[in-house]
Design a binder for this molecule. Structure first.
Ligand SMILES: [Zn+2]
Length: 265
């Protein structure tokens, strides 16, 4: 397998979004700054016989530095129509924003769109369970998924599903109701596309107990982050985070982790 980091754009995250951490510590870890410029990544994985895209970025938004997905794919030698599978970690705007073109048609005309059943139901099955501030997003979500459904190119899978040889979906709720991690295994190496398991690389690896205000269930998000970091350090998996500047491996240090760039010898 081959993997490319596809940088759709970047967003600024305020340090005050961090939870469960002394603000002075957060500031110090961010180099004295009150905010961190954070990439918005998708990941392109070329597997035997399949070209896979994990998440799709923000899409074009006049108020954001975003929507670079298509040109980034082209730089990797891939057209949108070459993508066979699109996998979604969760339904926040910076992960699903690139699924439709401006005219409302599918941005990936030959791809199957695979989503976690639990995440899909969390947003769309019973809106009354959704926090009120999120309900306004439902029409946009419906437009996205019905475009793929109408084309017979949509499938919701169950937790833990094996999606292709060497590709598995692993439930990682907390950030949202059905947030999901994708693990790719090739020749004894593991790559985990961890979505929004972590937002502030400079803070939350060393202090995984720190959460972010976007986590729907903060306590569960912390537990899940701790559990996955522990497993990642043991298995030497390469972590590909939607909001991390590079691919990393983890080493335990104290109550947290050190990162090593995955691509360095
Ligand atoms: Zn995100």
């Amino acid at each position: 397998m081959e993997v490319w980091v596809i940088r759709d754009g970047q967003i600024s995250l305020e340090a005050s979004l961090l939870q469960g951490l002394d603000p002075a510590d957060a500031r110090r870890m961010l180099g004295g700054k009150d905010a961190a410029m954070t990439p918005v990544n998708a990941f392109l994985v070329r597997m035997p016989g399949k070209t896979v895209l994990v998440d799709t970025g923000i899409g074009k938004d006049p108020e954001e530095d975003s929507g670079h997905l298509t040109e980034q794919l082209a730089a990797a030698g891939v057209q949108a129509s070459d993508i066979d599978l699109v996998l979604i970690t969760h339904y926040h705007f910076d992960h699903i924003g690139g699924l439709l073109k401006a005219d409302g048609t599918r941005a990936f005309p030959k791809a199957q769109l695979l989503v976690p059943r639990r995440e899909h139901d969390f947003w769309l099955q019973d809106p009354s369970r959704l926090p009120e501030r999120l309900r306004g997003r439902i029409p946009k979500l419906k437009a996205i998924f019905s475009a793929y459904e109408r084309a017979g190119a949509f499938r919701a899978f169950e937790e833990g599903a094996s999606l292709a040889p060497g590709l598995r979906a692993v439930a990682a709720q907390g950030h949202t109701g059905g947030h999901t991690i994708y693990t790719f295994t090739s020749e004894g190496h593991e790559l985990w596309c961890i979505g929004d398991l972590i937002h502030f690389g400079a803070v939350q690896f060393a202090r995984p107990e720190a959460g972010i205000a976007f986590d729907l269930d903060g306590e569960m998000a912390v537990q899940i982050r701790q559990a996955f970091f522990l497993k990642a350090a043991r298995s030497k998996a390469v972590l590909a985070g939607s909001h991390l500047p590079q691919l990393v491996r983890l080493e335990p240090k104290g109550a947290g982790y050190l990162t090593r760039p995955a691509l360095q010898p």
